[in-house]
Design a protein around this ligand. Structure first.
Ligand code: GN1
Ligand code: MG
Length: 362
């Protein structure tokens, strides 16, 4: 691997000599590396993108390039620092946004942003409010982006598509795990209708589509040392979809008192003060452009995205662990149960969640 990384490092237009390339982070999909260069030169992030999941990586990189350029234009207008407040894609020496190696693996790079903090969970309502503001601003800056983005992950948060995949995997039961997870399967089936009903509103246009991030978990946000959001990262999933995905997925990660894959389910529940913090920060930036229907569906979107995550983890378990990276053979099942516990906690607190949204909008 070291040799491969050294070879790939030479392909990109990095300033300064490379000192070391080492693994970074806990992403579930791509392989991420930190590229350390000589003192005085910027450092970089290098990623091997997951080609099993992203079928058209050049199109994905083109989306990222266009979105970051749009963001940089806004940041400059607002007097901000475009190199710290938006990702900067680093091209190859011959000017391409990604590189395909001899093994048909795709690599891409961006500038590393120094002096930032990342979190796995929100430790205070204030931090959650800043996170909400950050995603709200991100959506606001992209709200006038009219050029269409390539649909590089068809059906990503589309429940009708997810249920098609689900029905297929259950029919095939490729590794014979279905019999052990009958109870977990019933968690999905008993909510099929309400989840599809929500998605119908997107299909009919009652809920509009916008440029959205689609993977807004807290670890995809860089905070500065004062606790403000500096930059939204991991733009692989920027797509045209409902912005409720971004609110819902953020609530799924910020408010969870436990871990996404917590073995101890007593740790997992929704922290309502964090929910209130995130919601007030998010709405302070977005209430001027969100429609009434979007606002009325915010609380539901948290249940929707958490349910989708239960379905996706369980489906991958039944399928034999082909999608998410796993640390052991029950990892996807552990994730399923932990996310289900979070969903149940949201269901128990749903009326209060709706009341908090109503209060924040007044
Ligand atoms: C994946 O790779 P990462 O960790 O940013 C996944 C998200 C899930 C998330 C769960 C393209 O994101 O949809 O919500 O894991 N990304 C893709 O942690 O499927
Ligand atoms: Mg991601």
């Amino acid at each position: 691997m070291k040799e491969t990384l050294a070879k790939i490092g030479k392909i990109f237009a990095f300033e300064g000599a490379i000192k070391e390339i080492r693994p970074l982070g806990e992403g579930l999909i791509n392989d991420t590396f930190f590229v350390e260069t000589d003192a005085g030169s910027p450092n970089y992030i290098l990623q091997r993108k997951n080609k099993n999941i992203f079928k058209d990586i050049p199109a994905m990189m083109d989306n990222i390039y266009r979105v970051t350029n749009h963001l940089k234009g806004k940041i400059i207008e607002q007097g901000g620092d475009p190199l710290r407040e938006a990702l900067t894609v680093t091209p190859t020496l011959d000017g391409k946004l990604c590189y395909k190696d001899e093994e048909n693996e795709y690599w891409a790079a961006c500038l590393f942003i120094e002096d930032t903090i990342t979190y796995e969970y929100a430790d205070s309502p204030e931090l959650a409010a800043q996170g909400g503001k950050g995603i709200g601003k991100f959506q606001a800056m992209l709200s006038d982006m009219t050029e269409p983005l390539a649909d590089i992950l068809p059906g990503f948060h589309n429940m009708r598509f997810r249920f098609q995949q689900w029905d297929d995997v259950l029919k095939k039961d490729p590794v014979g795990r279905k019999a052990q997870v009958q109870e977990e399967i019933s968690w999905i089936e008993s909510r099929r209708k309400e989840m599809l009903d929500f998605w119908s509103k997107v299909e009919t246009g009652e809920i509009p589509t916008r440029v959205t991030h689609n993977d807004t978990k807290i670890s995809n946000i860089l905070f500065d040392k004062q606790g403000n959001v500096l930059c939204v990262i991991d733009l692989d999933t920027v797509l045209s979809s409902t912005c409720l995905n971004d609110y819902g997925d953020a609530i799924r990660s910020y408010t969870n008192a436990g871990k996404e894959d917590d073995v101890n389910l007593d740790n997992v529940y929704i922290k309502m003060d964090i929910f209130a913090g995130y919601t007030s920060g998010y709405l302070s930036e977005t209430k001027s452009f969100l429609t009434r229907t979007e606002i009325d569906n915010l609380a539901f979107s948290a249940k929707y995205i958490t349910f989708e995550q239960v379905l996706r983890f369980l489906m991958d378990y039944i399928d034999g662990d082909n999608y998410y990276k796993v640390k052991n053979e029950t990892h996807n099942l552990v994730r399923t149960r932990a996310q289900y516990k979070l969903l149940q906690s949201m269901e128990e607190n749903y009326n209060e969640m709706c009341a908090i949204v109503d209060k924040a909008i007044k």
